[in-house]
Design a protein. Sequence first.
Length: 220
Amino acid sequence: MEKDRATPFTPLQPSAVVHVVDDDSSVRTAVSRVLRASGYNVSQYASANQLLENLPVAARGCVLLDLQMPGLDGSQLQEALGKIEFELPIIFLSGHGDIPASVRAIKAGAEDFLSKPASKKVLVDAIERALKRYDGMHERHVRLSTLREYFSALTPREHQVFALVVRGKLNKQIAYDLGTSERTIKAHRHGIMEKFKAKSLAELVSIAELLGILNASANN
């Protein structure tokens, strides 16, 4: 794997790494030059297998992937990465693409499908869209991780109350179901809101949906 350093650049977001996968060294060099000049860091891979053997770390970036390559082709690499829940968005850049191929790639989750040679503007615009998608996914993952920590901090009784509250049950109904007082349920409910830093019942329901608790509760 060849790694190229970016020229000095100070982006608004953390500098992104574009992973260029293409068996044509001249294409890798030309594309990498454009990307470095646009402020991106670049890692080059001469084959799909080379990327699989040197999987990028979980850092802000995307994959710029050729379609037709010897051995494992771009579509097969996309499928392999999908099976391991690879998080970086994929942009296809191919001189052999056709409409059916592009449709299959997009349906399989690719961010974009570009034809060679792509202009600098088209290339950078596609990368920025991919990075925006990555940022959104990363933000969601961070939030989900935080919410899981909050959830694990609940007491066993708070877990029960939480599951019933997000189903829309009133305090008195929950008290009856759990064989305790309404005052106790109010105290538990207040504690749950504080632990999740939630300001409303609607926000608590949204949190339950993200955690998958609401569906689990509904099936009980």
